[in-house]
Write a protein that binds this ligand. Structure first.
Ligand code: ZN
Length: 615
């Protein structure tokens, strides 16, 4: 009888705890109830200071020597919204984080993926308690320390600015690309913001998906069991009712990779001007040194909070490459450091916020930007180029001939020539194709996708150093015939900018994605001074994915002054080039760039014209 009573009492307690939990987490009960005695192992007085304010909260508890903190009281002070998922016994914290009562796991992406984190959160007196370390190792934007017995929790930025109340977290709603079947498990969330940027952000997501699928397809050509996973989430923020920062972050993994590859992409929008902002539109990069000092300070704070060895040597030679991924955030500018690129990979990818007030000295956001007179032509040089749409080359000078770089001494106009072209790169296969061209003494033209260029600057640089031509293939591979005139301009000029930033030479030609051309595209091209390059020989290499078929398609159709279409996106195309390049040369063809082909064919340059060959 005594035992039975104890059982009932226990059952009742359990029911009570969970019963209370669901309502408690969903509905804050308010002030602390009973005192929870601190364990012997702690040296804290139990006072909790959040962003400089002592909060009224239940006292910390101790589990296995680890200080457990009352989540809701702290989250409220940090401005994090909590919600409770009864079915999963899951606490959602802000738009990103989630943890599970009684389970040692934490999710950084809204529950999509989890990682181990202990000790598990637990319910005490109807309140959720989490380990103190979660503020250092779990939530990227906060730090927890114990000073003078007090528990100090800080937003890494230190300061919550007045801008906070005008900021919207998670601007827009989520578009989702999902595939639970097949060799590539896919879950991509991207923002739909109902503004000019939607096409780009959605195209980015779809293109990323396509690239991952291509990668897996290629792998499966040699390994039937090859598989992969693509998992991307986003955060989006509206500040000043005008600027939107978007951070796309996640990973791609495949059976061929040693570990998942981090994927980071930021978009910064100016809704008033309907343009993308580049890094140099947001920050005055002439003050990079001081920005980097501020960044260093914040990195050290996070790093020392992790309990890992801090190697300050790694912070001695910071340069602008640390500022590559930046995004407009609600309280400051996020600087996102990719895992393992600048700092040890055990730190993971770091999202570091530099608060607006501390960054004021270098902040251009919302301030009037002085535009240099067009004639100086200096704006584009030496700047970090991103998808900004302020128009550097409002109009290219009209040319009557292709650029001078075309007149190379080693082309004999009386002999046959052919222009190999490669679309959709730069990719991991591009360097091999460059090797082949270098080895056999040929040149080719690479039509690059603008938003892929920055990450492969070295490849693009080497492409031109070897005498090849780099031209644009749009910013993000959208069908240009579906865009407005101003959208087309943005596509063409931004792509030109990233190329010119590396090559030092403005591009005069481009190839539209799919080769699709309409009158609007021709008119805009004419206005901006671009010629349009299509092709006369299509290898369909993207479809057949077979080196023999590609080789035969070129060799069977090769003709003097032809332009050959291929894609340096596929390993099979690179393989085909092992035989195509020496094969054409041994047949007496000179392998020339598109500009050279047109120049030596005596074709006058005319902006807005579509060229298919030198004939
Ligand atoms: Zn293409």
């Amino acid at each position: 009888m005594k035992k039975l009573k104890k059982f009932f009492s226990l059952a009742l307690t359990i029911t009570l705890i969970f019963g209370t939990t669901s309502s408690t987490v969903a509905n804050e009960p308010g002030l602390p109830s009973g005192q929870i005695p601190l364990g012997q192992t702690t040296q804290t007085t139990g006072e909790i200071i959040v962003n400089g304010m002592e909060i009224t909260a239940p006292r910390p508890s101790v589990t296995d020597g680890v200080i457990m903190l009352p989540l809701r009281s702290i989250a409220e002070q940090l401005g994090l919204e909590l919600s409770w998922d009864e079915t999963e016994k899951r606490v959602n914290i802000g738009p990103n984080y989630a943890l599970w009562i009684g389970q040692a796991k934490l999710s950084l992406d809204g529950g999509l993926t989890t990682r181990e984190f202990g000790p598990p959160p637990k319910i005490i007196d109807g309140r959720t308690f989490v380990p103190i370390s979660i503020f250092n190792h779990g939530f990227a934007r906060f730090s927890a320390t114990i000073e003078g017995g007090k528990i100090i929790i800080d937003t890494v930025a230190d300061v919550i600015l007045p801008i906070a109340h005008s900021a919207t977290i998670q601007y827009g709603h989520a578009g989702i690309i999902k595939n639970n079947n097949g060799p590539l498990l896919t879950y991509i969330r991207f923002p739909i913001t109902h503004c000019f940027a939607d096409g780009y952000t959605s195209a980015w997501a779809h293109e990323l998906h396509q690239h991952a699928e291509n990668e897996i397809d290629t792998l499966r050509e040699s390994h039937d069991s090859a598989a992969g996973e693509l998992n991307i989430n986003f955060n989006s923020y509206l500040v000043y009712d005008r600027f939107v920062g978007i951070v796309q972050q996640g990973f791609f993994n495949s059976t061929a990779l040693a570990h998942p590859m981090d994927i980071i992409q930021t978009f910064n929008l100016d809704l008033d001007q309907e343009i993308f902002l580049g890094n140099s539109d947001i920050l005055d990069l002439s003050k990079a040194e001081d920005i980097l000092l501020l960044l260093r300070h914040n990195i050290l704070k996070i790093w020392s909070g992790t309990g890992e060895l801090v190697d300050t040597n790694l912070l001695d030679n910071m340069d602008e490459s640390w500022l590559e991924h930046i995004a407009i955030g609600p309280y400051g500018i996020y600087i996102i450091l990719e895992r393992g690129v600048h700092l040890p990979s055990y730190l993971g990818s770091l999202n570091i916020m530099l608060p607006y007030d501390e960054l004021d000295f270098a902040l251009l956001l919302g301030k009037e930007v002085e535009i240099l007179p067009e004639s100086t032509g200096e704006q584009a040089i030496g700047q970090t180029i991103n998808p900004a749409s302020d128009v550097v080359l409002e109009s290219l000078p009209t040319l009557i001939m292709p650029p001078m770089s075309a007149s190379r001494g080693d082309v004999d106009p009386s002999k046959p020539m052919i222009a190999l072209t490669f679309d959709d790169g730069p990719s991991k296969y591009t360097p091999y194709i460059l090797d082949l061209l270098e080895r056999y003494g040929g040149r080719a033209t690479f039509f690059v996708v603008g938003n892929l260029v920055e990450a492969k600057r070295d490849t693009v640089q080497r492409t031109v150093d070897l005498g090849n031509e780099v031209l644009g293939h749009s910013w993000d591979h959208r069908d240009l015939t579906k865009l407005s005139g101003s959208e087309i301009k943005t596509q063409l000029l931004n792509t030109n900018r990233v190329i010119e930033d590396i090559t030092g030479t403005p591009t005069r030609f481009f190839r539209p994605p799919y080769g699709a051309v309409n009158d609007t595209l021709k008119n805009v091209s004419r206005e901006l001074g671009f010629g349009i390059i299509n092709w006369s020989i299509d290898t369909l290499d993207w479809k057949n994915r077979n080196a023999d078929v590609v080789y035969n398609a070129v060799m069977d159709n090769a003709a003097n002054r032809a332009i050959v279409l291929t894609h340096d996106l596929h390993g099979t195309t690179a393989d085909a080039m092992e035989r195509v390049i020496p094969g054409l040369i041994s047949r007496g063809y000179q392998l020339v760039t598109v500009s050279e082909l047109l120049y030596y064919s005596g074709i006058a340059f005319e902006a807005g014209t579509v060229y298919h060959s030198g004939n």
